[in-house]
Design a protein around this ligand. Structure first.
Ligand code: HEC
Length: 94
């Protein structure tokens, strides 16, 4: 029982100390030009998707007719496609 407690206390000390040493000396990716952290996209998308699920309107706000879809496509093409890309044209953001 004493060894388990000692191991638990050691873990409580070593995990934050190891984390600090990694952040201070381990060159974690913090610059925009750095490669992504391992599994960064998947990890960030957990929180992003949870928020989108929470805040997304439950019904289509403008209806679902062909006219609405075409208008949306025009708005997307004019205001979003420069960064997000369009059919057959990649963006920088993937
Ligand atoms: C000036 C560039 C720019 C423009 C213009 C732009 N965006 Fe973005 N958008 C970004 C960037 C950068 C991100 C973050 C990308 C990421 O997280 O991978 C983003 C993220 C998003 C996301 C979340 C994507 C995800 O991965 O879940 C949505 C949704 C979005 N934009 C919609 C739009 C819409 C709709 C428009 C047009 C009305 C638009 N954006 C215009 C740059 C732009």
């Amino acid at each position: 029982m004493g060894k388990i407690l000692l191991g638990f206390i050691l873990a409580l000390i070593l995990i934050p100390v190891g984390g600090f040493i990694y952040l201070r000396f381990g060159h974690p990716p913090v610059a925009v030009s750095d490669p992504a952290f391992p599994h960064e996209k998947q990890i960030v998308h957990i929180a992003l998707n949870a928020r989108i699920d929470r805040e997304m309107p439950k019904a289509a706000p403008f209806g679902t007719s062909e006219e609405v879809f075409e208008t949306g496509a025009r708005v997307y093409h004019a205001q979003c496609s420069a960064c997000h890309g369009s059919l057959g044209v990649n963006s920088d953001f993937g």
